[in-house]
Design a protein around this ligand. Structure first.
Ligand code: PLP
Length: 383
């Protein structure tokens, strides 16, 4: 195959990491379901929990090629990816600096599990580089960021944070789920570890659970050493399904991103929408930064309904757009963060991070924009 550097993104999505069907020359990767392989020698032991069955090994190459890293590992969920990654780089007495606006599951993992391992952590007071610098301690080993963040789509300056970390010998990790490598390549800005909930854009059809971490060979080996003990590997059936889904990752995310831009502009002009959070809008506080570090502004946005519209009722009145816990499928979905991802926070805590009861998170799909607009209009007009 040609050098990966020269391949276009859709070529990588389609072809890198294919398992060649040497026997029948089929067009797609065969699915290897064996959980037991011939023992060749101590260094070549294939086993699902060693993350090296043929489908696992090859799909990792696609993810690494998309993120521009030497290697990658695929997990059974985004949380398996993040927890295995954290536990590979943090041990008793170490300290993690972590962004305050973060996926709720990651927050729970840190708060509930870290004390059991004797790992210290500090959530930043904001998402600016200075907020990270302010809470670094002498035992800080890792800084974890999420940009664009959920659900307010704040943008953290990836280069500034990694430079601060590097100057102090600290590693950085990023949750790149919202942007996907189609819209953001954090490795180019100095991040060491890039993780994904592959349940989202990588899968893209709301029908599988998976996770991934991409990094250097050295870092991947360090994670692998922990992961083979913890056992968060993905079943080969789902690996195969994920490979199939990822062939259209570039096409899907580009179409979704285009739709999101159109909808964000339209919602921004709508008299009954008081605010739109989308990094592609010139009015977004970090629009310029997003433009500098993203190749597209992504397909996630959030908006605030006018006080006269009850957000729960609004969701129930939508006919085409589904109310859904998850995100990033080809179908458009909405959710109220105050009832779901941020339900465990107090009203005061939600208010202090800007999550109002009127806020709707919108995962934009591939449908015709005119149909999505019509659905929102009929929902508003039916009040
Ligand atoms: N990171 C982000 C940004 C997410 O939205 C999610 C899930 O919603 C996760 C991580 C966790 O992924 P999973 O649900 O696949 O474990």
């Amino acid at each position: 195959m040609m050098s990966k550097k020269k391949l276009g993104v859709n070529t990588i999505c389609t072809h890198v990491g294919e398992v060649k069907d040497e026997q029948f020359k089929g067009a797609v990767s065969p699915m290897y379901l064996s959980s037991s392989y011939e023992f060749l020698d101590v260094d070549i032991k294939r086993y699902p929990r060693y993350f090296n069955t043929p489908n696992q090994e090859f799909l990792s190459k696609k993810i690494a090629a998309l993120e521009g890293t030497e290697g990658a590992l695929i997990f059974s969920s985004g949380m398996a990816a993040i927890s295995h990654m954290f536990l590979a780089f943090l041990q008793k007495g170490d300290h993690l600096v972590v962004q305050n606006t973060l996926y709720g599951g990651t927050v729970n993992f840190i708060k509930e599990e870290f004390p059991k391992y004797g790992i210290e952590y500090t959530f930043t007071n904001g998402y600016k580089a200075k907020d990270f610098e302010d809470v670094i301690q002498s035992n800080t080993k890792l800084i974890h960021i999420e940009t664009p963040s959920n659900p307010l789509l704040t943008i953290t300056d990836i280069r500034d944070v990694t430079q601060i970390a590097k100057s102090k010998g600290i590693l950085t990790s990023i949750d790149n789920t919202f942007a996907s490598p189609i819209n953001q390549k954090p490795i180019e800005f100095g991040v060491d570890l890039v993780m994904h909930s592959a349940t989202k854009y990588f899968g893209g059809h709301s029908d599988l659970s998976a996770g991934a971490v991409a990094s250097s060979h050295q870092n991947i080996e360090r994670i692998w050493n922990v992961s083979k003990n913890l056992g968060g590997n993905l079943s080969d059936m789902t690996v195969w399904l994920l490979e199939r889904s990822m062939k259209t990752l570039g096409l899907r995310v580009k179409a979704q991103t285009k739709n999101a831009m159109k909808l964000a502009k339209w919602l921004n002009r709508h008299p009954q929408i008081s605010k739109v959070h989308y990094p592609g809008l010139k009015s977004h506080p970090e629009h310029k930064l997003a433009k500098a570090q993203m190749t597209g502004f992504g397909a996630m946005l959030s908006f605030e309904l006018d006080k006269s519209l009850d957000s729960e009722k609004f969701q129930k009145k939508l006919k085409l757009i589904k109310s859904s816990m998850s995100l990033a499928g080809v179908e458009s979905t909405v959710i109220s963060p105050h009832l779901t991802s941020h339900a465990l926070l107090t009203q005061y805590e939600r208010d202090s991070v800007g999550i109002s009861d009127q806020l709707i998170r919108f995962s934009v799909g591939i449908e015709a924009v005119k149909d999505l607009k019509a659905d929102i209009i009929q929902a508003i007009e039916s009040f």
